[in-house]
Each structure stands twice: as structure tokens, then as C-alpha cells.
Design a protein around this ligand. Structure first.
Ligand SMILES: O=c1ccn([C@H]2C[C@H](O)[C@@H](COP(=O)(O)O)O2)c(=O)[nH]1
Ligand SMILES: [Zn+2]
Length: 161
């Protein structure tokens, strides 16, 4: 009988890796966010990244952070978590886990709660002091959605594409 490999990646490394890879598709020049939704039995249900809705050209809509509301990205971007929820073509997301590279904002928190996602594993929390993220945590806490920070393992994953 042969011994199995022992240095295989963990579930957390695997799914956060998929979320981060998904974020690499984002055209946002400042913050790329990736999300991966996983079933209780470790099946990937959906993925998403932040970007403009279908039909809204990445070359025509603005990527600026500043300027008039109609001339910057904030009115137009669909967040990675919402894209992952909307991309799901199956039945229910009840009981699922969301891996996401940035802590979800208040708008995403609403969609997460309403879709039945029960756990969030996030990487960065760089907007933790903003009202949006404070409101997000308040809603997630009230709704019983659990969240924890991803623990980096320092494993290097190299891909030659
Ligand atoms: O819950 C969230 C919050 C933000 N995003 C996206 C939306 C934008 O494309 C960027 C944030 O841009 P900044 O320049 O850092 O303000 O992140 C998301 O996908 N999910
Ligand atoms: Zn959001």
C-alpha cells in the first residue's frame, strides 16, 4: 500500500485560493475582490469578482474613485459577493460558506443574509472603520451569520499559465 501525500492544501487554502484567483479577473485598478461560495460538503457552488454589469463596457464606464457620482465607479460596480450570489444557477445557498478576499460591505451583507449563506471567511478588512463595514457586521451579527479571518499559511502556490 502506498503512502498518501501529506502536503496537500487545506480546504481553506483551496477555497480562498479560488476566491483570490477569481479576483484576478477584476478590472478595478484599485481593489480587486474575489468570492467563492461553498456548500457544507465542500463543493464549489459559485464564484464572482467585482466589475460592471453585463453590457456595461469596462472601457466606457469609469474606474475612477473620485469625481462626480456619475463619473466614478461606485454607482456602477457589482460587488464580488453579489456577483457570486447572482451567478449561482442551482437551488438554494442555505447553509453555505462564502470565501471572500475583502470583508463584505453593508449591501453585500444584506444579500448574504437573504441568500442563506451562514459563514464568511474573509482575508482583508481594510475598510473596517467605515460605516458600511460597521453596519455590515451589525447586520451579520444580528442575523447569526458567523465570520472569521482567513489565516495565512505562507504556502506559496506557483502557477505557470
Ligand atoms: O463588499 C465589497 C466591497 C467592495 N467591493 C469592490 C467594489 C469596488 O470595485 C472595490 C472597492 O474599491 P475602492 O477603490 O477600494 O474603494 O471593491 C466588493 O467587491 N465587495
Ligand atoms: Zn459589497
Amino acid at each position: 500500500m502506498s503512502d498518501k501525500r501529506e502536503d496537500y492544501i487545506s480546504w481553506d487554502e483551496y477555497f480562498m485560493g479560488v476566491a483570490m484567483l477569481s479576483g484576478m479577473r477584476s478590472k478595478d485598478p484599485n481593489t480587486q475582490v474575489g468570492a467563492c461560495i461553498v456548500s457544507p460538503d465542500h463543493k464549489i457552488l459559485s464564484m464572482g469578482y467585482n466589475g460592471f454589469p453585463s453590457g456595461c463596457s469596462d472601457d466606457e464606464f469609469p474606474w475612477a474613485r473620485e469625481g462626480e457620482p456619475l463619473d466614478n465607479k461606485y454607482f456602477y460596480t457589482t460587488h464580488s459577493e453579489l456577483n457570486a450570489i447572482l451567478n449561482y444557477r442551482g437551488g438554494s445557498l442555505e447553509g453555505s460558506t462564502l470565501y471572500v478576499s475583502l470583508f463584505p460591505c453593508n449591501e453585500c451583507a444584506k444579500a448574504i443574509i437573504q441568500s442563506g449563506i451562514r459563514y464568511i471567511i474573509y482575508d482583508e478588512d481594510k475598510y473596517k472603520n467605515t460605516p458600511g463595514v460597521i453596519a455590515s457586521k451589525r447586520m451579520l451579527d444580528a442575523a447569526g451569520v458567523k465570520y472569521r479571518k482567513y489565516e495565512h499559511t505562507n504556502r506559496e502556490i506557483k502557477m505557470i499559465l
